[in-house]
Design a protein around this ligand. Structure first.
Ligand code: B1M
Length: 211
């Protein structure tokens, strides 16, 4: 019997000590790793976000759910990712300035890596200067990926893409953007080369760009 509901409940309730075992049980029960991720974990985070919006829970509960999800993803990782390391080229990725959300960015990073890229992950709260200096220091960079989860950090994404667009290396790279508040319209407006909705499509698009 599927264990995905148990994964959902464990992430939603932030069962940090139990999550790894529950994810392993789901894998052992034959649940599809992609379904464990999307139906179990990501949906649980959406439920957490909805509860936060209505004031049912607060930042500490969101934080602990995030911790549980991260620990669950560690167990899933080998089952989701399988690629020839680095062969497809170099990708620089980060969550833009002022934004501390990294779960989605980490998934994008993991999927891109498993598509065969070498990923330089700059983490969260990454300034435009840091993106620029990293690409300048790695002239073989093929793609820059910016993530944002807050409407309040969309301007930072806009500034980052604008700075990349003015950089001397711009014609050598593709700029990809994504995250919950980002849309194709926003990507077009700021001058990014691509917007993708989730981690799997980000990896697919990155492969297209590198082909
Ligand atoms: Co925050 N938070 N949070 N939070 N948080 C949201 C985003 C929010 C929607 C919750 C809500 O109100 N319903 C809301 C934003 C509202 C808005 O801007 N419209 C919000 C808020 C308000 C805040 C604070 C301001 C709260 C406060 O302090 N009062 C604060 C801001 C801190 C800051 O960043 N400066 C804050 C803090 C936090 C925590 C630190 C507690 C924690 C983050 C921990 C961490 O990341 N390490 C947290 C969490 C966990 C959430 C929710 C509940 C879950 C986010 C998540 O990890 N989702 C979130 C509600 C929600 O999203 N439903 C919420 C799972 C993840 C897999 O999805 O990141 O969307 P996501 O990634 C997806 C896609 O977006 C896409 O791929 C992934 C799926 O495959 N994607 C890309 C992401 N980046 C991409 C880049 C690409 C392509 C695709 O490039 C090509």
């Amino acid at each position: 019997m599927s264990k995905i509901n148990e994964v959902f409940a464990a992430v939603e309730k932030g069962k940090v000590k139990l999550i790894a075992g529950i994810v392993q049980e789901a894998l052992d029960a034959g649940d599809d790793p992609q379904a464990i991720l999307s139906e179990g974990m990501i949906k649980a985070m959406d439920a957490v976000g909805a509860k936060f919006s209505t004031g049912e829970i607060f930042v500490p509960e969101m934080l602990i759910a995030a911790r549980a999800m991260k620990m669950g993803v560690e167990v899933l990782k080998p089952h989701l990712a399988a690629g020839a390391a680095g062969a497809a080229g170099k990708v620089v990725i980060g969550t833009v300035a002022g934004d501390l959300h990294d779960i989605g960015k980490n998934l994008v990073s993991m999927m891109i890596e498993s598509a065969g890229f070498e990923v330089i992950d700059l983490g969260v709260d990454v300034s435009k200067e840091k993106f620029l200096e990293t690409v300048a220091a790695n002239p073989d960079t093929k793609i820059v990926v910016c993530s944002a989860l807050l409407t309040t950090t969309m301007p930072a994404m806009k500034d980052t893409v604008a700075a990349l667009n003015e950089a001397p290396f711009r014609s050598n790279i593709k700029v990809m953007v994504g995250g919950a508040p980002i849309s194709q319209e926003f990507a077009d407006e700021v001058g990014a080369d691509a917007y993708t909705e989730d981690a799997a499509t980000a990896a697919k698009k990155a492969k297209e760009f590198a082909a």
